[in-house]
Design a protein around this ligand. Structure first.
Ligand code: MTE
Length: 325
């Protein structure tokens, strides 16, 4: 395995992509929008000729970019947008990484989000009404996929705790279950009957209320493009990437631990906790290192380097269960 000599992960990301760059990029995107490259409705484009889909006609575009919260520093070089936007996992569009074009079939408006289960009063809210009342900020987070690749991206969005507070769960709710849309007409992968659709994930209430738990509605200073899970997805950077459920339509508060998509598919390989841990092997491969999208290999860190925020959540739990399964 190739070990990179320059230790790029030690660079502060402030050295790489200041907000002014996002603003300039948006101007460029706007300038190009009438031209041939951006003729299509979704308006994708990228430096380097690939795509990225910062949807210029997205009704929430005016909300971005938002101020970066300096508390969260990834201590690694930012992944170029063109790479993050063209190497994705979104099984609703296929089980390979090049789904970004197929994902443009995702229709993100109207988009309703249902809040139900053990709450004071169940309700449904349109995505644009929800995002308008949330405290938006940008956070640069590392993302470590269980498959051993990683990236560093600037998410825009709001703390999951803000959504929990809006939902007003009952005291005896123990978990929050998050579910992706179910609609074969815009997600051909959902015709593959052997997968346990709809994609479902869950967190304990303590995890959901942790400062790090974030709901992303944007990336790189614009609304989320389809392939990243538009219009609303989870970002929990101390856990393997499969916990970061995309295109959420339902948040259910419950006292029963939800069965997740990957547990239902293969519980021996993908458990509920899924905390990043270089010392606990995936049954088929080591987790000690990770391939950084864009180049190089670095050692994987316990809790993906976020132990100071989250280690206390797992005190006293069985070691193997708490750290991987
Ligand atoms: N959410 C849904 N609905 N469907 C998926 O297939 N894949 C997960 C997660 N969320 C997935 C999903 C996995 S395995 C990873 S690593 C991340 O999304 C990838 O996020 P990205 O494509 O934005 O990098």
């Amino acid at each position: 395995m190739l070990i990179k000599k320059t230790r790029s992960w030690e660079l502060p990301e402030s050295a790489v992509t200041p907000e002014s760059v996002f603003k300039d990029r948006r101007k460029i995107l706007k300038g190009l929008a009438g031209g041939t490259i951006l003729g299509a409705a979704a308006g994708p484009l990228m430096a380097g000729g690939a795509v990225a889909a910062a949807p210029e006609n997205d009704p929430s575009s005016h909300l971005y970019p938002v101020a970066r919260n300096p508390l969260y520093t990834a201590q690694r070089e930012m992944t170029p947008e063109g790479i993050a936007a063209t190497y994705n996992n979104f099984y609703e569009y296929g089980s390979h990484k090049e789904i970004y074009e197929l994902a443009q079939q995702l229709r993100t408006r109207p988009w309703d989000v249902k809040i139900d289960g053990m709450v004071d009063k169940e309700f449904t809210i349109g995505f644009d009404d929800l995002v308008a009342q949330m405290p938006l900020e940008e956070r640069v987070y590392r993302h470590r996929c269980v498959e051993r690749w990683s990236m560093v991206v600037p998410w825009s969005g709001f703390p999951l705790s803000a959504l929990v507070n809006l939902a007003k769960p009952k005291n005896d709710a123990k978990y929050i279950k998050m579910v992706t849309f179910l609609d074969k007409s815009m997600a051909p992968g959902q015709k593959e009957f052997w997968w346990p659709w709809a994609y479902t994930e869950g967190l304990t209430m303590e995890e959901a209320m942790n400062d790090l738990s974030f709901i992303a509605t944007g990336i790189y200073g614009h609304p989320l493009p389809a392939q990243h899970g538009a219009p609303i997805r989870l970002a929990v950077p101390w856990k393997y990437g499969f916990k970061a459920v995309k295109s959420i339509v339902q948040f259910t508060f419950t006292d029963e631990r939800p069965t997740t998509f990957w547990e239902a598919s293969n519980a021996n390989e993908y458990g509920f906790w899924a905390n990043v841990n270089p010392d606990v092997r995936h049954p088929r491969w080591s987790q000690s290192e990770e391939r950084v999208l864009g180049g190089g290999t670095v050692p994987t860190q316990i809790y993906n380097g976020y132990g100071e925020f989250v280690a206390d959540l797992y005190k006293g739990m069985d070691k193997t269960e708490r750290l991987f399964m």
